[in-house]
Ligand binder design. Sequence first.
Ligand code: SAM
Length: 253
Amino acid sequence: MGSRKYQSVSAMDAETRKLVVRDIFTNFHITYDLANRVLSLRRDLAWRRSALKRMEFGTQGRFLDVATGTADLAIMAAEAFPGIRVDGIDFAEPMLKIGRVKIERRGLGARIALAQADALDLPFPDASFDVAAIAFGIRNIPDMESALREMSRVTIPGGQVMVLEMSAAVAPPLRVPYLFYLNKILPAIGSLIAGDDSAYLYLAESIVKHPGPEAFAAIMRASGLVGIETLRLTWGAAHLHIGRVPDGSRGES
Ligand SMILES: C[S@@+](CC[C@H](N)C(=O)[O-])C[C@H]1O[C@@H](n2cnc3c(N)ncnc32)[C@H](O)[C@@H]1O
């Protein structure tokens, strides 16, 4: 406990932060799934299901999972919507490797493709997907607006861009205990599971520093998305934001 391998979030420039995030997810891939379940008290699965319930597939029959990690959302989408094809990208190859094993084990290899790529430079043509989502990934990307623009580019007009993210905007009286959990208990448990608390200190800080739900909705609007909806999950411990790519034929702006 107490070793601080990474600088504080506010002290890092965008390039350093990108390297730190890649380092964390390259080194903590083996314990990531377990840590996720324990630390979110299994709420991460329910939060992903909330996103699935809102997804609408149409002309392309394709879903993109950005920062897919070990492919949980990609797998859940393929299972929930048997007619679709799914692509997942992440810049940490070791996370994708675990994702590929999970996909093969479920017999979904023909429907889910994973590739190493940066969220800011997606390897897909314009308007390829009906829905593009990012789960617990956007807070690690310093230029969130550019990431949203890139997700919008590869999504069809009228299609959905979804962001699922943890937040510290928890309502009182749970706010103080939740912050104690994030800042003290989470790194301690993370240290027991992963043998090192530095990644969890970074993750806790990145949640606390992430913009609140209104500020994040404003970033979505600034990226050009329309019809923004924000759903509060588990008293505000996570939020699901849904926006649409403007569709000129519907007269949206
Ligand atoms: C907290 S994990 C979330 C993984 C997964 N979406 C989930 O629901 O469990 C964040 C992931 O974002 C990835 N990531 C962060 N910044 C990225 C970027 N700029 N491009 C691609 N992947 C990125 C990390 O490698 C990591 O796998």
